[in-house]
Design a protein around this ligand. Structure first.
Ligand code: CUA
Length: 229
């Protein structure tokens, strides 16, 4: 999760988020090079007195400063497209979780397992325990197995919400009347926090998401204990 003074991306917990981080760094490096070059040129303009009273056209330089930026943009566009289609790829998911956005909480359904369903509300500040996070912890966490392909189906019951987990590189809108699909693969255990990212009303900030990433045998234990009740 994000903590104090963390201005960059969060540590990735999935291979796709790792790729997104690589792409971010790549794009940022190109951005820095352009900014430094243009900044240097603009700065140096103040300190020269080159004047050419007969300058009317420059075919060659215009060719260069048109084609060169286009080539630079290709170096961003092609990796971006690669990632876009990689994010869409779904490889035989072993668990499907359906998350439904409501004003203002999320509810979840494990459709593969006797249709376990529950609501997940933020824990209000006055009910927090000493080790929980304000505005981020929920009463019922999502439990999912690590090292498994997981499919997420997102929808909403009232207005548009957005199911967003930065550490997993997942951000999908929950839209009433639609069922959106995404997927991820968690490569380590832990708690992964997220929040709704679609301005959905007065308590938009108060519908966080918590995933508990656990080994597969723990997940089986959890799911079977919930199926019996
Ligand atoms: Cu739901 Cu913002």
């Amino acid at each position: 999760m994000s903590t104090w003074a963390n201005l960059g991306l969060q540590d990735s917990a999935s291979p796709l988020m790792e790729q997104l981080t690589f792409f971010h760094d790549h794009a940022l490096l190109i951005l820095v090079m352009i900014t430094v070059l243009v900044g240097y040129l603009m700065f140096m303009l103040f300190f020269n007195n080159y004047v050419n009273r007969f300058l009317l056209h420059g075919q060659l330089i215009e060719m260069i400063w048109t084609i060169l930026p286009a080539i630079i943009l290709l170096f961003i566009a092609l990796p971006s497209l690669r990632l876009l289609y990689l994010l869409d790829e779904i490889n035989e998911p072993s668990v499907t979780l359906k998350s439904i956005g409501h004003q203002w909480y999320w509810s979840y359904e494990y459709s593969d397992f006797n249709n376990i369903e529950f609501d997940s509300y933020m824990i209000p500040t006055n009910e927090l325990s000493i080790d929980s996070f304000r505005l981020l912890d929920v009463d019922n966490r999502i439990v999912l197995p690590m090292n498994s392909q997981i499919r997420i189906l997102v929808t909403a019951a009232d207005v548009i919400h957005s199911w967003t987990i930065p550490a997993l590189g997942v951000k999908v809108d929950g839209t009433p009347g639609r069922l959106n699909q995404t997927n991820f693969f968690m490569n380590r255990p832990g708690l992964f926090y997220g929040q709704c990212s679609e301005i959905c009303g007065a308590n938009h900030s108060f519908m966080p998401i918590v995933i508990e990433s656990v080994p597969v045998n723990y997940f089986i234990k959890w799911i079977s204990s919930n199926m019996n009740s």
